[in-house]
Design a protein around this ligand. Structure first.
Ligand SMILES: [Zn+2]
Length: 285
């Protein structure tokens, strides 16, 4: 009898171990599935950050997609002002102007007919300016409102928008005015972009000022509490100071502490922490 009991107990123990083993296997498989499922979901949600992922994975600058001619060679910018064709000599036309992280500068231009599809009138206080420049793309506008609200809550700083979306045509007219003021195309181009080369045409840039600045846009903005706050905090809302003081030779523009470009929070944080400009991020400098 004792022997039978022993055998029965052994059998029970064996069955118990078997069940425990199966349960453990199922748990491990379940956890593994959950983890891999979570990852693929994340990748799907962060499609717009694929350029960032690509850079991390390959440790190489992200590619800049450009418009190509029928023979496959990059099309050159057709945005010319009579008599200034040379300035556009090697400029390419970007093929991804809708991307928040795209680059627009002297070498990479916007198509002259590009108009963002989701422009909205911004809902922040605005300096006395023409109605035409009070627009931004929807996400950028939302982020701008959050930033202005935070400036008020955290520091009591009242920020004002001064210039948002500018059409190709408006940029052309502003540039021509600057040529008249500065005396030459080259001098005008140090402080204002040629049409097709302005981030304002993206609907992702906003010039910011304050009452203490008399709503003007000058380097002095950095020395105001409002300007310092913007410099130190804009990245939290997805904006970068696009033309920093010490990067004039890389960006090609003088210091503009007022010009905030929306690139999304992930890239803004990355650039804020690394101190890189968009040119450096794309391996152009
Ligand atoms: Zn600007």
């Amino acid at each position: 009898m004792a022997r039978r009991k022993k055998i029965r107990a052994k059998k029970r123990f064996f069955v118990f171990c078997l069940i425990l083993f199966i349960v453990v296997i199922l748990c491990v498989a379940g956890i593994a599935k959950l983890l891999s499922g979570g990852e693929s979901e994340n990748t799907g949600n962060q499609e717009h950050n694929s350029a960032i992922d690509q850079q991390t994975q390959e440790n190489a600058p992200p590619e800049i997609p450009v418009v190509t001619s029928e023979d496959g060679t990059p099309a050159l910018s057709a945005a010319v002002i009579p008599g200034t064709e040379y300035l556009y000599e090697s400029a390419r036309i970007i093929a991804n102007p809708e991307s928040y992280t795209c680059i627009v500068n002297r070498s990479y231009n916007l198509p002259s007919d590009y108009v963002p599809s989701d422009l909205v009138k911004v809902s922040v206080p605005f300096a006395p300016r023409m109605e035409e420049v009070k627009y931004m793309r929807e996400d950028a506008s939302k982020a701008l409102t959050q930033m202005f609200d935070a400036a008020m809550e955290e520091g009591g700083y009242a920020l004002y928008g001064a210039s948002g979306y500018r059409s190709f045509k408006l940029q052309q007219s502003l540039f021509n005015t600057n040529v008249g003021r500065k005396g030459s195309i080259e001098q005008a181009n140090l402080v204002s972009a040629l049409p097709g080369q302005s981030e304002h045409q993206l609907g992702l840039a906003m010039d910011i000022t304050s009452e203490s600045m008399g709503y003007s846009l000058t380097e002095d903005f950095y020395n105001t509490p409002e300007g310092k706050w913007v410099t130190d905090n804009c990245y939290r809302f997805g904006f970068i100071i696009r033309y920093p003081a010490d990067k004039t030779d890389i960006t090609g523009y003088l210091y503009e502490p007022w010009h905030c470009r929306y690139v999304g929070t992930e890239l803004a944080k990355q650039l804020y922490e690394s101190g890189q400009t968009l040119e450096e991020y794309y391996g152009l400098a």
